[in-house]
Design a protein around this ligand. Structure first.
Ligand code: NAD
Ligand code: TYD
Length: 366
């Protein structure tokens, strides 16, 4: 089947893995990547596929309703996978307005543009059923208790399910929650064929080094302090980014309209244990003695409103669509640390801001 799919935020961390998967796996699909190229968007993440005939990059802002509408109409887009967002909690604490604008108004602008084009066509284009797939986060559910802080995971008795009530705490998660509500409202009000998924923390190559794992690998390499918030007791549930991309592919094609699916690998870790693992693996790969960099751990003032524990129950997704993660955490973390160590140039570019010249150069040379 031929399709035209608009992926938003495709130059970011998860989006670049989704774009790569779709471009490689579906040569008959036309993949449009709409991205504003904020500090988090980097076209170098997609160097290996940028010249493929089924791939087009469009620089643009999801908040620009006229441009988004024009693009959807002119390209006759029949599927949207929406990842564009402001994604870092610490930035949202400093600048909540940008998060409300991009995550809420940007999503609304896409929803309205899709609805305006699709509704008169009966939500079908040339026999292809339309689909609006919104990528969300487990953070909208709030925080779980840490009822079993000692020993091994799981660190509590409850998990986030698709029925867990929304209870966001950070401006980031509040904005994502609001966008999820708009997506569901567009289904209920206009019949827009929507799907929402809520995924746990992702890790892997091409993540911007403001997030825990790439930041700390880079700091260990350069022997800089590792700022652990609070006591490092907070728990996150980690999923390898390519497993998330595979889930997105499966759900986009086989998920049921109006449904929500949670995505996670039952892989809870306390931050301090992740940090110790990162030190051990990084030092081993750099040929340093074990324990040599333990003294880099620096406990700092806790993040405001820091959610204690996230843990996703993804039983519905595995039961209904047969998805399961492909990588064990030990394997995934080794692969990830190795990638950052082997791609120091990428890290240097993004930390210096030089990558933002890449787009200008790339298009000047054409
Ligand atoms: P990211 O910050 O790495 O990338 C976001 C991308 O969106 C960037 O390329 C950026 O340029 C683009 N963008 C931002 N504002 C835009 C705008 N106004 N118009 C067009 N493009 C814009 O984010 P990520 O970690 O890849 O997350 C992608 C999505 O997945 C987000 O919606 C996020 O909420 C969700 N999510 C992330 C995680 C995680 O662990 N990273 C987990 C669950 C869900
Ligand atoms: P992060 O990667 O920012 O993801 P999120 O806040 O979306 O879960 O942070 C992961 C965890 O690591 C979170 O509990 C906050 C903590 N953290 C630190 O302790 N120090 C840091 O410098 C960062 C960036 C995060």
């Amino acid at each position: 089947m031929k399709r035209t799919i608009l992926i938003t935020g495709g130059a970011g961390f998860i989006g670049s893995h989704v774009v790569r998967l779709f471009v490689n796996k579906y040569p008959d699909y036309r993949i449009l990547n709409l991205d504003k190229l904020t500090y988090a968007g980097n076209l170098a993440n997609l160097k290996d596929i940028e010249d493929r005939p089924n791939y087009t990059f469009v620089k643009g802002d999801i908040c620009d309703f006229e441009s988004v509408s024009g693009l959807i109409r002119e390209a006759r887009v029949d599927g949207i996978i929406h990842l564009a967002a402001e994604s870092h909690v610490d930035r949202s604490i400093k600048d909540p307005f940008t998060f409300a604008k991009t995550n809420v108004l940007g999503t609304l602008s896409l929803l309205q543009a899709a609805k305006d084009f699709w509704q008169p066509l009966g939500y079908e284009i040339d026999g292809v059923p339309c689909r609006f797939y919104h990528i969300s986060t487990d953070e909208v559910y709030g925080a779980l208790e840490l009822t079993r802080p000692e020993g091994k995971a799981p660190y509590g008795d409850d998990f986030f399910t698709e029925d867990t009530k929304y209870n966001p705490h950070s401006p980031y998660s509040a904005a994502k929650a609001s966008s999820d509500h708009f997506v569901r409202a567009f289904h209920d009000t206009y019949g827009l064929p929507t799907i929402v998924t809520n995924c746990s923390n992702n890790y892997g190559p091409y993540q911007f080094p403001e997030k825990l794992i790439p930041l700390f690998v880079n700091n260990i390499r350069h022997r800089k302090p590792l700022p652990v918030y609070g006591k490092g007791e907070n728990v996150r549930d980690w999923l390898y980014v390519e497993d998330h991309a595979r889930a997105i592919d499966l759900i986009f094609h086989e998920g049921k309209i109006a449904e929500t699916y949670n995505i996670g690998g039952f892989n809870e870790w306390k931050n301090i244990d992740i940090v110790r693992t990162l030190i051990r693996v990084t030092d081993r790969l750099l040929g340093r003695a074990e324990g040599e960099d333990d003294n880099l751990i620096t406990f700092v003032t806790d993040r405001a409103g820091h959610d204690l524990r996230y843990a996703i129950d993804s039983t519905k997704l595995s039961r209904e669509l047969g998805w399961k993660p492909s990588l064990q955490f030990e394997e995934g973390i080794e692969k990830t640390v190795r990638w950052y160590l082997e791609n120091q140039e990428w890290l240097d570019q993004v930390t210096s801001g030089d990558y933002q010249k890449y787009y200008e150069q790339m298009y000047k040379n054409r």
